[in-house]
Write a protein that binds this ligand. Structure first.
Ligand code: FES
Length: 116
């Protein structure tokens, strides 16, 4: 049983930060969470599961992934259409991918593993 307080919890020795409510993350639309300057995140719901990737596109370093077009478990950056797998972060055209973050969804809340 993880230790838990209002804003973070620890599970398997890793820190998870409370980022939003479950209802905030819906299918086919991104949800942006800015935790700090190093962690600008984009959350998506894919086949019922919440997935989290960095919101910063590796192409031009623009923070727009949350606003991308979502289809078939991927998101396309709205600026130049680089396309990324939302489970692995891989760029489906073989270029640089997105960093992924582990997610726990529990009791109507979404927690993301953010290293300290
Ligand atoms: S900034 Fe995302 S594809 Fe160019």
């Amino acid at each position: 049983m993880p230790l838990m307080d209002a804003q973070e919890m620890h599970a398997d020795g890793r820190r998870y930060v409370l980022v939003c409510r479950s209802v905030d993350v819906v299918e086919r639309r991104g949800y942006r969470v800015e935790i700090d300057i190093e962690h600008d995140l984009a959350l998506f719901r894919v086949d019922g599961q919440v997935r989290c990737v960095t919101n910063v596109c590796p192409h031009k370093r623009e923070a727009r992934i949350f606003d991308g077009f979502v289809a078939d478990g991927t998101v396309s950056c709205p600026l130049h259409a680089w396309r990324f797998d939302l489970c692995t972060g891989a760029n489906v055209t073989g270029q640089a991918g997105l960093r992924t973050y582990d997610v726990i969804e529990r009791a109507g809340r979404v927690w993301v593993n953010v290293p300290e």
